[in-house]
Design a protein around this ligand. Structure first.
Ligand code: UDP
Ligand code: MG
Length: 317
C-alpha cells in the first residue's frame, strides 16, 4: 500500500447536478480536510445531459483527489452508486447524494462512530424537510410493508448516506444481483452497525429525479428482492378459498337434494367468477414480477458501461 493510502472515499452518484457540483465539492472538502485523513471523492456521472461531466472533469484537473467515472448512459442511482463503491479505494466508503440533502458535515460523526469500531454507520433521518406530505406518507407505508415482509430488518428512514468500512465494502462487492436495492443490500451484509441521526435538508438546487412511478417501481423492486412472501401467500389464500368453496358446495348439493333444483343465482355466480378471475390475475402479476427479475438476472449483462475514467486505476491498466 502506498504511503498516503486513501482512508476516506466519498462516493457520489450524479445525474444532472451541474448546479450542485461546485457547492458540493466545497462543502465536502472542508469537512474532509478537518478530519485530516487522506481522502478521495469518487463521482459517477450517470449519463447527465447538462454540464455535470464538464464540471467534474475540471474539478479533477484542479484537484486529483476528485475522481470521475463517466457512464455511457443513465443507469439509475443504485447502479451509479454500485460503480462508485466498486472503484473506491478508501478504508471507509461514504455514499452521499450530490444535492446536499445529506449534510456533508455529518461525515465527521460517521467517521467518529467508525473509529469506535462499527463497520457500518447508518445516517438515519430524524426529519424530512422539503418533502411533500404525500411523499412522507408513502415512505412510511413502504417502510412498514418492507419491515413486515423482508427476511432481514432494513432500517427505516435511512437512505444511502452512511459509512461502510472496508470489510463491509468487500462483502457488498460480492453481491452480483442486478436489482440493486442498496439499502437492503447494506443491511443484508450484516456486520456491526450503528446509527447516527440527522435532519434531512431540502435540495440545494435542481429537481428530484424521482417521480411516483419511479418510486413505485423502486418499492416493488425492494420488496421483491428481499421477500418471497408475495409469492407464497397465494397458496394459503387458495387453500382458504377452496375450503370455503367446498363448504358452499356441500350446502348447495344438500339443498338441491332436499328441495330440488332452483334456478336463480346469477349474482352469486358472477361475483364468484369475477372474484376468482381477479385473484388469478393478481397472482399472475406477482409471478410476473419475480419472473421478470429472474429473466433480467439470467441475461448476465454487465451492471453498467463506463465510457471514461478520470483518475481511477482500473484492472486494465
Ligand atoms: N441520481 C443518479 N441517477 C439517477 C437519478 C439520481 O445518479 O438516475 C443521483 C442524483 O444526482 C443525486 C442522488 O442520485 O445525487 C439522489 O437523487 P435525487 O435527489 O433526485 O433523489 P431524492 O433525494 O429525491 O430521493
Ligand atoms: Mg435528493
Amino acid at each position: 500500500m502506498p504511503a498516503n493510502a486513501t482512508v476516506l472515499s466519498v462516493v457520489v452518484p450524479m445525474y444532472n447536478e451541474a448546479d450542485n457540483v461546485g457547492e458540493f465539492y466545497a462543502r465536502v472538502k472542508i469537512v474532509l480536510e478537518q478530519i485530516g485523513e487522506p481522502w478521495e471523492i469518487v463521482c459517477v456521472n450517470d449519463g447527465s445531459g447538462d454540464a455535470t461531466l464538464a464540471q467534474l472533469v475540471a474539478l479533477h484537473h484542479a484537484d486529483a483527489r476528485v475522481k470521475v467515472i463517466n457512464f455511457s448512459r443513465n443507469f439509475g442511482k443504485e447502479i451509479a452508486l454500485t460503480a462508485g463503491i466498486d472503484h473506491a479505494c478508501g478504508q471507509a466508503v461514504i455514499p452521499i447524494d450530490a444535492d446536499l440533502q445529506d449534510p456533508p458535515e455529518l461525515i465527521a460523526e460517521l467517521v467518529a462512530k467508525w473509529r469506535e469500531g462499527y463497520d457500518i454507520v447508518n445516517a438515519t433521518r430524524r426529519s424530512r424537510q422539503g418533502e411533500s406530505w404525500l411523499k412522507r406518507a408513502t415512505a412510511r407505508v413502504f417502510y412498514s410493508v418492507l419491515e413486515n415482509m423482508a427476511d432481514i430488518p432494513i432500517p427505516r428512514n435511512t437512505g444511502d448516506f452512511r459509512l461502510l468500512a472496508r470489510p463491509a465494502v468487500d462483502a457488498l462487492k460480492q453481491l452480483p444481483e442486478r436489482t440493486r436495492f442498496m439499502k437492503g443490500l447494506f443491511a443484508w451484509v450484516g456486520f456491526k452497525q450503528a446509527i447516527v441521526l440527522y435532519d434531512r435538508h431540502p435540495r440545494h438546487a435542481g429537481l428530484t429525479k424521482w417521480n411516483y412511478w419511479r418510486l413505485w417501481n423502486f418499492a416493488i423492486g425492494g420488496i421483491v428482492s428481499f421477500s418471497t412472501v408475495p409469492l407464497k401467500v397465494w397458496s394459503y389464500f387458495g387453500f382458504g378459498i377452496a375450503t370455503l368453496a367446498f363448504l358452499y358446495a356441500l350446502f348447495l348439493v344438500s339443498r338441491t337434494l332436499l328441495y330440488g333444483i332452483e334456478l336463480p343465482g346469477y349474482a352469486s355466480l358472477m361475483v364468484a367468477v369475477l372474484f376468482m378471475g381477479g385473484i388469478q390475475l393478481i397472482t399472475l402479476g406477482v409471478l410476473g414480477e419475480y419472473l421478470g427479475r429472474i429473466y433480467d438476472e439470467t441475461k448476465r449483462r454487465p451492471l453498467y458501461i463506463v465510457r471514461d475514467y478520470y483518475g481511477i486505476e482500473t484492472d486494465a491498466d
